[in-house]
Design a binder for this molecule. Structure first.
Ligand code: SME
Length: 150
């Protein structure tokens, strides 16, 4: 994982004509840029539900997730990044693909308000660590600016 990917995503988010394009380009760059990212998607909060926006990877059955359900709902409720090393050992986990082994969910926050979140799955166990947080948390902050503009 390198600074070039962060710079490419920063530029894409700044240059995108709207928030939806910014989100789509972000998920595409992340998926292409990090080999252990198997599925990358962005959920946007709509009332009390997280609604799946742009994603790259296998289609997910979880296109609307109520707050508090799944890892995604837990991260939004806790307003904090959640890393799950082994999804098979987390009772909150909502399965997207049987091949998924670990997951990171990073809330997109404006102040204390959750606007959405970045969700990344990996087919590798314990795929996510400090480097993923250091990449994804600043990107979530950049997306928050674009999402709050539209
Ligand atoms: N695993 C997530 C659901 C979304 S899919 O991974 C795309 C969860 O437990 O909330």
């Amino acid at each position: 994982m390198d600074g070039n990917l962060m710079m490419a995503i920063r530029s894409a988010i700044a240059a995108a004509p709207n928030a939806n394009t910014a989100m789509r380009q972000t998920v595409e760059l992340l998926k292409d840029g990090v080999s252990h990212y198997t599925w990358v998607g962005i959920y946007v909060l709509d009332g009390n539900e997280l609604v799946l926006g742009p994603f790259v990877g296998r289609p997910s059955p979880h296109t609307r997730i109520p707050l508090g359900r799944g890892i995604c709902g837990a991260a939004a409720a806790e307003k904090a990044t959640i890393v799950v090393d082994d999804v098979q050992n987390d009772p909150r986990y909502l399965a997207c693909s049987l091949d998924t082994r670990s997951e990171i969910v990073v809330p997109i926050m404006q102040g204390r308000d959750v606007l959405g979140e970045i969700d990344v799955d990996s087919d590798e166990l314990r795929a996510f660590g400090a480097k993923d947080r250091e990449l994804l948390e600043p990107i979530a902050a950049m997306l928050a600016e674009r999402l709050s503009e539209d």
